[in-house]
Ligand binder design. Structure first.
Ligand SMILES: [Zn+2]
Length: 613
């Protein structure tokens, strides 16, 4: 959602929402000294390390490092976008939100589409549960052993065996055909004369987004005709299938509670597992796993169990999914179902206990890939082994966490009686090959003003110079040093875009002689990672003298960096020229000048300040 809310309004809402009061709605806080403490809702713990500061209007967990202001808390805890969190608190505080006109129009259109989808979902549900013609749909679900409760919980429905069932019903309610079309519910006739229903004579699975609103539909055919077994809504302004996981709206609490999710492919797989009591489950429903799916699920848990069909297609889908999830730093295990089964059929024939057991014993990467490879390759021959090892390394390389990567390498070495170092070397080579074939990845400096709603921007990732990081943390935690640092630091020297933005915003406080307000700083970034970085820095404290010395070290290091880089460049050129026996006098002179400059910077005198009391 890209609706824009003016900065003043965001400030007003933040100021009207006391963080202690808001967080108290979710957990018990006890006052200790200036701050409040409670059990962290973001990681399991027995003694409270989650602190809330009424003075700074921020929270910070000393256990898991999460932190932020009142908006961040709602974003993280309720899994809301920044805009949704702002809207929720605005409503509580009775502050009206005004949008800019273009955004208001877009917002209204989205709202109209949500309403249209809701209307359709109700229509389908009514057909299934309250009409005679819907009995065929009900029969289908009965035959699949789906209970009434589940039908209600997932809002299952039935699309009549008519070309205009939904269309006519919508017209009665003066819902425009244009909206139904935009929602993907009707299709224009080829001759241009009107529309017809997309879903006909099918049982319907409405798809909800993470905030519980209907955004799309999946329909399974009932007739044994040659239409596709399943059809899904096309992409619409409210439905991007790369970003939606089926069932998440109903299952997210269970996923969080168990700190694990079972991922299946089909609507019926999810519903059968859910009904059997395995409720920490989501389905990709009609699309392959995407990086967006991985990031979405990572909001709830990092432990994934892939449970796909037992046939070759399922195994291949699992292999692809495995790589996507590993690349996004998730822990993945894979269940191998008997070849003739899908999760729905297995839980019904073998029972929930057997299914639970399979999930518990899901295989990690190495074992699963070996099982797959064993079916196509002779793992007893040297060539077969080598092939298998390489294939597994191709997945291992996608594991982001180096420790986990090493553990997996050790497993692999043990499994094949190989020297671990040999595998590490092989992995290194693979990495180098990948680097040389992939384009240099330039991270674009994405600006994130406070008023955008997307949580995806502003990731403080890329090679960051330690001095950039240190001086930014210093600025956040120690406002007594703002004057000193801003007198001596050239902002241009901070290259990481998010850190640079943090520094610039702190400078605004300094320049306008306003008291530094960390909660306000946090709301410039609608990004929980940046928020945690800021509250983390706020909770560090060192001796003033140490801090000032650190500031000097950082400023010197950053000033030297550009020059050092140029000098290295010149030294390479020099070597090149020497090789070619070309003239080197001017280049040597330049290098000497730069060396002098570096010495000057190192000896630069800073006017230091005594600690203000
Ligand atoms: Zn925590």
């Amino acid at each position: 959602m890209s609706a824009k809310i003016p900065e003043e309004t965001i400030d007003q809402i933040r100021n009207a929402s006391d963080i202690v009061e808001v967080i108290s709605n979710y957990l018990t806080l006890t006052k200790k000294g200036k701050n409040y403490f409670g059990l962290c809702p973001f990681h399991p713990e027995k003694t409270p390390s989650f602190s809330v500061s009424p003075e700074k209007q921020i929270f910070h967990c000393f256990g898991c490092g999460k932190g932020g202001n009142v908006f961040t808390f709602l974003m993280e805890h309720e899994k809301l976008s920044f805009i949704e969190a702002v809207r929720m608190l605005a409503q509580k505080a009775g502050i009206p939100l005004s949008y800019e006109q273009k955004d208001a129009a877009q917002f209204q259109e989205r709202e109209a589409l949500f309403e249209t989808a809701r209307f359709a979902a109700r229509f389908f549900y009514y057909n299934l549960t309250a009409t005679k013609t819907g009995q065929v749909g009900l029969d289908y679900f009965q035959q699949r052993q789906v209970t009434k409760d589940i039908i209600k919980k997932f809002g299952l429905g039935f699309a009549l065996n008519l070309w205009d069932g939904l269309l006519k019903s919508a017209q009665k309610r003066t819902i425009k055909a244009e909206l139904l079309e935009k929602c993907g519910l009707i299709i224009p006739r080829k001759d241009g004369a009107g529309f017809y229903d997309r879903f006909r004579n099918r049982v319907i699975f409405p798809v909800f987004n993470a905030t519980g609103r209907v955004v799309a539909f999946g329909g399974r055919r009932l007739a044994d005709d040659n239409t596709p077994k399943y059809i899904n809504s096309p992409e619409t302004p409210i439905y991007q299938k790369r970003e939606i996981l089926y069932g998440l709206g109903q299952t997210r609490q269970m996923i969080q509670a168990e700190n694990r999710v079972v991922m299946v492919e089909g609507y019926m797989d999810l519903i059968s597992l859910f009904q059997a009591g395995i409720q920490n489950v989501v389905a990709t429903a009609g699309t392959a796993l995407t990086p967006e799916h991985a990031r979405l699920i990572a909001r709830y848990t990092r432990n994934i169990v892939l449970l796909y069909d037992g046939d070759a297609a399922g195994a291949n889908a699992a292999l692809r999914g495995l790589d996507v999830l590993l690349e996004n730093d998730l822990d993945v295990n894979v269940v191998q179902l008997p070849a003739e089964h899908d999760p729905d059929s297995y839980v019904k024939t073998a029972g929930v206990a057997a299914m639970q057991e399979l999930i518990q014993s899901a295989k990690p990467l190495v074992e699963f890939k070996l099982l797959m490879l064993a079916e196509t390759q002779d793992l007893t021959s040297a060539a077969g082994k080598a092939e298998a090892v390489r294939s597994i390394l191709n997945s291992v390389i996608k594991i982001k966490d180096e420790i986990k990567q090493n553990i997996t390498i050790r497993e692999l070495a043990e499994r094949f009686f190989l020297d671990e170092r040999l595998l590490l070397r092989e992995l290194d080579q693979l990495k180098r090959r990948l680097r040389s074939t992939s384009k240099p990845s330039v991270q674009t400096a994405e600006k994130t003003p406070a008023t955008t709603g997307s949580p995806k921007a502003a990731q403080p990732k890329m090679k960051v110079h330690p001095a950039e990081l240190a001086i930014t943390r210093l600025l956040v935690r120690n406002s007594a040093l703002h004057h000193f640092i801003f007198l001596n630091l050239d902002f241009e020297k901070i290259r990481q875009p998010v850190l640079r933005e943090i520094v610039e915003i702190i400078y605004l406080f300094y320049q306008e002689r306003k008291k530094f307000d960390p909660a306000k700083l946090i709301s410039y970034f609608d990004n929980p990672k940046v928020a945690a970085f800021i509250t983390g820095a706020l909770n560090e404290s060192f001796e003033f003298q140490t801090e000032q010395n650190l500031a000097v070290d950082c400023i010197v290091a950053l000033e030297k960096r550009d020059i050092l880089e140029t000098r290295t460049q010149l030294e390479l050129e020099l070597r090149e020229r020497e090789k070619n026996k070309a003239d080197t006098t001017s280049i040597i002179k330049k290098i000497q000048e730069l060396t002098q400059l570096i010495q000057m910077i190192e000896q630069k005198k800073f006017i230091k300040y005594p600690k203000k009391t």
